[in-house]
Design a protein around this ligand. Structure first.
Ligand code: SF4
Ligand code: SF4
Ligand code: SF4
Ligand code: FES
Length: 229
């Protein structure tokens, strides 16, 4: 597939996406819902690029758009850069505390967010669902509800029988450091702290070693300590 990206002529293998081709050429495109080990989803639209056909052009998600013969692509036009900033502004307003989002903002030069923060715990990137389904082969979590009630959850809002307590969903999540609900098993998604084979907060109180880095805020270590007493 003969394509042109940022002026570079490239013979991309059939089946590759624009993102894969750009990465191969060392062109940097920011991504969020994309992960090499998971199927592409195209949810966040941070990876948009501009496709040119004659005098017209359109923005497409590079992580899901397959290369086609004679595509002309530009990865960092003014239109692309402005659109990416807008996407990221909206995401940061949704989850202002996410380090991943803040780092992305620094990378693309976004310095100000004009929208009111909403302090949500999810940006609906779908990474956790794909991680659980495709890598852990558990399928323990998924999207539930629609519209402003959309969220990630286990079936019937209960700790899942299918969940392997691997913590993969929390590991891959770009924003949910605060999503862990601690020792309340009915609302804990990962439930790893409930896995007696692998206690998480290994050093009690003095030097918290929670795998989530919450330094004991979840309270697991405190309850473990009281059991030891
Ligand atoms: S901890 Fe459970 S829900 Fe999360 S990825 Fe692992 S199996 Fe899936
Ligand atoms: S919980 Fe995290 S990984 Fe899952 S969809 Fe929300 S932001 Fe993405
Ligand atoms: S040990 Fe605490 S922070 Fe870590 S997963 Fe369990 S409840 Fe969450
Ligand atoms: S990284 Fe391509 S749409 Fe999210």
């Amino acid at each position: 597939m003969k394509i042109t990206i940022d002026g570079i002529n490239f013979d991309a293998p059939k089946g590759w996406t624009i993102l894969e081709s750009a990465k191969f050429l060392g062109l940097e495109i920011p991504t969020l819902c994309y992960n090499e080990g998971l199927s592409p989803w195209g949810g966040c639209r941070l990876c948009i690029v501009e496709l040119f056909t004659g005098k017209t052009s359109k923005l497409v998600s590079s992580c899901t758009y397959p290369v086609e013969e004679d595509l002309i692509i530009k990865t960092s036009t003014k239109r692309v850069l402005n659109a990416r900033k807008m996407v990221l502004e909206l995401l940061i307003a949704q989850c202002p505390t996410s380090k991943v989002l803040q780092d992305l903002a620094a990378r693309i030069g976004l310095q100000q967010v004009r929208f009111t923060p909403r302090w949500e715990k999810c940006i609906y990137c779908g990474l956790c669902v794909r991680m659980c389904q495709e890598q852990m082969v558990a399928g323990a979590i998924g999207f539930v509800n629609r519209g402003n009630k959309l969220k990630i959850n286990t079936p019937f809002d209960k700790t899942s029988e299918e969940c392997r307590r691997c913590g993969g969903c929390m590991y891959i999540c770009p924003v949910c450091m605060s999503r862990c609900e601690g020792i309340n098993p009915e609302t804990v998604l990962c439930g790893r702290c409930e896995n007696s084979l692998q206690p998480t907060c290994t050093e009690l109180n003095d030097n918290f070693n929670c795998w989530m880095g919450l330094k004991g805020d979840c309270g697991t270590c405190v309850s473990e300590k009281s059991k030891i007493k």
